[in-house]
Ligand binder design. Structure first.
Ligand code: AGP
Length: 608
């Protein structure tokens, strides 16, 4: 998964592209490069390593160019190296690519037979030779169309041609590509933050679309050459929302943005008088929602943990059976789908390959689909029959935080919508659950005041080699998420488990000082969880508790107690997650880890 950006206009294209790449580093950062045209000749600078290495190669002469393309890479084919870095060129054609060409090996063999020389190990290089091969006989746009018709796989391309120095071409197939529109200037990138500080009027390309950009022209057509009319949309993300806003890392900024993100996600989904849920914008009709007899919740990673929480909500409140699965498993199952099922894909990016494949799998069986997604116009949001946008704003840190808690709030709202239609909740409880939701952002603000206390705790435990996170009921997926946060940014081995499962194996790990984080709601699971804590105590484990309970036994047995003012056991999952996000962040910081760009990870995994 990589970041790509192109610019054409009257300004210093190389500087604009360089700045854009910095905003895309979370998409991949093992090598980077830029190409521009000067006096109708291609100039390329590229190297292994982060953008700051590339920056040292930019000389003033390159800034005379007004057209440029750039790329920051997360390697899939060919190790990170100068030769494998993008852009790649061939005979006056130069391009950058995000995605995977599945049939590149056979194309490479054919091109080599035609005498083309390859200097990289990438799949991308076959594309540029293929375009060059057709360009020798066809106009630029047609050569591109003919070349991409040979490709199998996923690709977002931005292409320049020395013979058409006033044009950029973009191609989209299963990898995101968005166009930024200003008078006399055009941007094209894999993600909005790349050019958001310049413009917020955008057009999202769909799969199978090609954009031909001049500084004062945008033409979009399909792979068969048929022109398509697409209207721009205005993105209400300010540039600062995509910047760090004064925080040390995007992740900390995004943890602190959660009260606002939750408020924005709730906004407009509950009638102003708090009486009912409003859901017509999602695209699910009332009569459809009343009929659903089974719901599938499918996602990857942190979004999968949101699915697990959603299961407790929907089954307990809306009384609809829910099946949760990891997308990479779901898509290969032989499922006897039931009539009147709803498939819900949850994805922050809306571009996760496995989740998209699971969505397409469900659609193939005629199942109604809903995407819960954070990126307007992302593939999942456009391929699902209906979409519920979380409005958490751009999530740049690779470790998902605000998007996750907003996903939970979205599932809670969806649950209340079902309960409202099916009449599965007494009125007063329904109104209490709505009131709790409207109060949630305020309580999330309160939880953030635990920051100093969490920093002290982090200093005590950051050298621990292993952690166990335990919880019961809706708190169990919170334990899974707390463990994932810690392991993915601090590289400490951490496991999340259902507390009731501890005696079936994990307790063997516990010895003196072994840290066990318990997530405990003051609900029907409290007593049982306290007995689990006693088993840890008996083995001198270090008990760290996150809870809204004031039970004195709980307090007494905990070595470290983080009290969180709670609301109900469903929304407590959001409030309990925040201290665990902060704990992971400060532990990772103390261990000198790259919090926003953890090793081996990418923000959205657009490859299988
Ligand atoms: C979250 O912290 C991880 N970076 C990762 O597990 C992520 O949740 C997963 O890749 C799914 O991404 P998505 O929500 O964009 O589909």
């Amino acid at each position: 998964m990589c970041g790509i950006i192109g610019y054409i206009g009257d300004k210093k294209a190389v500087s604009i592209v360089l700045e854009g790449l910095k905003k895309l580093e979370y998409r991949g950062y093992d090598s980077a490069g830029i190409a521009c045209l000067i006096d109708e000749k291609i100039k390329i600078i590229k190297c292994k390593g982060k953008i700051k290495n590339l920056e040292t190669l930019v000389d003033e002469q390159l800034n005379s160019s007004t057209i440029a393309i750039g790329h920051t890479r997360w390697a899939t084919h060919g190790k990170p190296s100068d030769e494998n870095a993008h852009p790649h060129c061939s005979g006056g054609i130069v391009l950058v690519h995000n995605g995977i060409i599945e049939n590149y090996a056979e194309l490479k063999r054919e091109l080599k037979k035609d005498g083309y020389k390859f200097i990289s190990e990438t799949d991308t290089e076959v594309i540029v030779h293929l375009i060059r091969k057709y360009r020798d006989k066809l106009p630029f746009e047609e050569a591109v169309r003919k070349a991409v018709s040979k490709l199998k796989g996923s690709y977002a391309l931005v292409i320049m041609d020395e013979r058409e120095p006033d044009r950029l071409i973009g191609v989209r197939m299963e990898s995101p590509l968005v166009i930024g529109i200003l008078n006399g200037e055009k941007f094209i990138a894999s993600d909005i933050p790349a050019f958001l500080s310049y413009c917020n009027r955008v057009i999202f390309l769909d799969d199978g679309e090609i954009a031909s950009l001049k500084k004062s022209e945008v033409r979009i057509y399909n792979f068969q050459g048929k022109e398509k009319k697409k209207n721009p949309v205005t993105i209400n993300w300010t540039a600062s929302m995509a910047e760090k806003g004064g925080f040390k890392h995007f992740m900390l900024k995004e943890i602190y943005e959660q009260p606002r993100a939750l408020a924005d996600t709730i906004r407009g989904r509950i009638l102003p008088d708090g009486s009912r849920v409003v859901f017509k914008e999602w695209g699910l009709k009332e009569e459809e929602m009343e009929k659903f007899k089974k719901i599938y919740l499918v996602a990857c990673g942190t979004s999968y943990h949101a699915c697990l929480i959603g299961k407790y909500m929907i089954e307990n409140i809306a009384k609809i059976p829910v099946e949760v699965d990891i997308a990479s498993e779901f898509r290969y199952r032989n499922i006897p789908f039931q009539e009147d099922s709803l498939f819900i894909a949850i994805s922050q990016s809306g571009e996760t390959a496995d989740t998209l494949a699971a969505l397409r799998f469900a659609k193939k069986y005629g199942i109604k689909t809903l995407a819960i997604c954070n990126v307007l116009g992302s593939t999942a949001s456009r391929e699902a029959d209906a979409v519920f946008y979380t409005h958490s704003g751009p999530e740049i840190g690779v470790a998902s935080t605000k998007a996750f808690t907003c996903q939970i709030s979205a599932l809670y709202i969806l649950t209340l919508a079902f309960a409202q239609l099916k009449g599965t909740l007494q009125k007063d409880l329904f109104h209490k659950f709505i009131k709790d939701l409207l109060h949630l952002p305020t309580l999330a603000e309160e939880v953030l005041k635990l920051d100093d206390k969490i920093q002290i705790l982090a200093k005590e435990v950051y050298r621990k080699p292993n952690f166990l996170y335990l919880g019961r009921g809706p708190a169990y997926p919170v334990a899974l998420e707390g463990a994932l946060k810690l392991k993915e940014i601090s590289y400490i081995h951490a496991e999340g488990y259902a507390a009731g499962e501890m005696k079936h194996g994990p307790i063997a790990l516990v010895e003196e000082g072994f840290p066990v984080v318990f997530v405990v709601s003051s609900d029907q699971y409290l007593e049982k969880t306290i007995s689990n804590m006693e088993e840890i105590k008996a083995r001198d484990g270090l008990i760290i508790t996150v809870s809204d309970s004031k039970d004195e036994k709980l307090n007494r047995i905990s070595d470290r107690f983080i009290y969180v003012e709670g609301i109900n056991s469903y929304l407590n999952t959001i409030l309990f997650t925040i201290p665990l996000q902060l704990l992971a962040y400060y532990v990772a910081l103390l261990r000198g880890c790259d919090v926003d760009q953890p090793r081996n990870l990418a923000k959205s995994v657009t490859v299988e």
